[in-house]
Design a protein around this ligand. Structure first.
Ligand code: SF4
Ligand code: SF4
Length: 59
């Protein structure tokens, strides 16, 4: 099973929040928070992130 991880390159632009089809990304103080149980690893957020701050990881 896989999910995604957001690292400190994130500038909190919000693009990934808008693109996630399952609501697995939520607003959090520094950068979006990933709700692993909702992530289907579609990688739409990885593709849209302008900073390359999201990557697929095993869970
Ligand atoms: S798209 Fe990338 S830079 Fe923008 S909020 Fe999401 S992780 Fe951060
Ligand atoms: S990989 Fe897909 S389902 Fe998972 S957080 Fe990113 S956009 Fe949402």
């Amino acid at each position: 099973m896989t999910t995604v991880l957001i690292d400190d390159r994130c500038t909190a632009c919000g693009a990934c929040l808008a693109t996630c089809p399952t609501g697995a990304l939520r607003v959090a103080p520094l950068r979006p928070r990933v709700i692993d149980s909702r992530c289907t690893a579609c990688l739409d957020c990885v593709e849209i992130c302008p900073r390359g701050a999201i990557r697929e990881v095993a869970r």
